[in-house]
Design a protein around this ligand. Sequence first.
Ligand SMILES: *Cc1c(COP(=O)(O)O)cnc(C)c1O
Length: 359
Amino acid sequence: MSDRVYNFSPGPSMLPLAVLEKVGSEITNYQGSGMSVMEMSHRSKVYQTIFDDTKARFKKLMNVPDDYEVLFLQGGASTQFSSVPLNLIGRTGKADYALTGNFSTTAYKEAKKYGDIAVAASSADKNHSYIPTQEQLTVRPDASYFHYCANNTIYGTEWQYIPETGDVPLVCDMSSNICSRHVDISRFGVIYAGAQKNLAPAGVTIVIVKKALAGHELPFTPLMSSWKTQIDKDSMFNTPPCWCIYVLGEVLKWLEAQGGVEGMEKIKHGKAQMLYDVLDASRLFHCCATDSRSDMNVTFRSDDDELDKKFVAEATAAGFVNLKGHRIVGGMRASIYNAMPVEGVEKLCRFIEEFDRKA
Ligand SMILES: *Cc1c(COP(=O)(O)O)cnc(C)c1O
């Protein structure tokens, strides 16, 4: 469709056009069922097939080992900010957090309600423009878990290594880079991600839990926040986000066609590198992140707020929308998740170069 724009929104974000067209074609009558997926009982055979297929595809794509469970939950990644301590902190009453941006700090504040929470490292001293090194992390050996956020959506930094924490389980918020790179799941205790950045419409949250870690929640844990409840009922204790899980399944099929996570890793890194190369060569703009630059959210700015405003306005008029940075960072942010076509980034690069020449 020619009237579609290049949407650089941080989330909810672009979905692959082929997926939108496919689900559009099935919207009133899913594969001869006579009804929309939106109208189906989650207990029906036809829906159960969609659910099982989506879960199996996800496990295969992400190489999820058998001793892990994949859950499709509601409540967004933010609900997991409390579910994580509720389910995990009971072991020692302690947990350690790396603060590298907005969401990890929110998760840390939430966890403080439930136990003794320490800061393992923080990049707040330089407005979260970098990721701490392994040497800068202090993890208490008796922490019940260590929590970090793999990609800082607002600041545009991304962990380029998996922290080494000995016997302390790793818990990771992968909301904004899940399925964009290969991940060795066996290194983690728990991974969670709201799907609306990289995988599906808003409404489904993916939680990958090492089964041995579930079932030890604090006694007052709400029924619906217990991972054990959800594992025992295969994410169907109550109505799951049926439609979102169906679209997720279609996005996963699309990802398979891109060469899976490994194929996508090359594509997305190429897109990001192209944009960083243009910004590094730019006269007016520079990147906000000083190291560990994110392949998903590229933050940049000039030294002049008015010029930034002019850039955003002209970009919008040219069909590159949602480039305004988050208010706590300022400048611009190009969110280039999996579904952003290569040509969208190429065209943005030409636009930046042209603006750079003219201004
Ligand atoms: C968007 C985002 C969140 C919040 O997700 P919700 O699903 O809206 O709760 C949490 N963490 C990260 C890294 C995000 O990008």
